[in-house]
Design a protein around this ligand. Structure first.
Ligand SMILES: [Fe+2]
Ligand SMILES: [Fe+2]
Length: 184
């Protein structure tokens, strides 16, 4: 039987070249860049894997593109987070499940954060519920894995650099496979 790690590697092999709409990078490049940022910050293997796979919901859903394209919230964080919770620990799945909430938290808590978002991310923010209230921010930060989700979110926002040199697709997929096997 195919292992979950192999399934994930095959999924990115097959669909990783999909353009990350509005961002100038592919899904695989975005995943890789996010994972590298997590690694550079000394994140645990589980949080690194969460960073790599935070947008897997886009690949698992039938729809291509982002909310900007089809005009409603695709809830990709739920599709991806719940899938990952079915095969990995909460350390992997929860930050993925919470990475959209983390954006809504950061917009309220750090006024300059909104300015740093790409236009597509601002557009999707409104579709995802907009900025949190102060009360929602407090409740969010009290949740387990909220800090990890906020870290993941900051890497996510920086992982859209079209000019960063990426290793070959085969090397990137092999790196993902090794990390996923380590976290199984
Ligand atoms: Fe996302
Ligand atoms: Fe992302």
């Amino acid at each position: 039987m195919q292992s979950s790690a192999t399934y994930l590697a095959n999924l990115y092999q097959e669909k990783g070249d999909l353009h990350y709409e509005g961002e100038g990078v592919t899904q695989l490049t975005h995943a890789w860049q996010c994972g590298q940022l997590a690694k550079a910050q000394g994140a645990s293997p589980q949080l690194q894997l969460a960073a790599w796979l935070h947008d897997i919901g886009h690949l698992l859903s039938k729809k291509e593109g982002t909310p900007k394209i089809y005009g409603h919230d695709d809830r990709h964080e739920h599709v991806g987070g719940n899938y990952l919770l079915s095969i990995f620990s909460e350390e992997v799945g929860q930050p993925v499940l919470m990475h959209v909430l983390a954006k809504r938290y950061l917009v309220t808590s750090y006024p300059d954060y909104r300015k740093s978002l790409s236009s597509d991310s601002i557009r999707s923010l409104e579709l995802q519920g907009g900025a949190m209230s102060e009360n929602e921010c407090s409740q969010f930060m009290a949740l387990p894995y909220a800090k990890d989700a906020v870290s993941l979110r900051t890497w996510d926002d920086c992982a859209k650099n079209p000019d960063l040199k990426t290793p070959t697709k085969a090397d990137v997929i092999a790196e993902l496979l090794n990390l996923a096997m380590e976290c199984q």
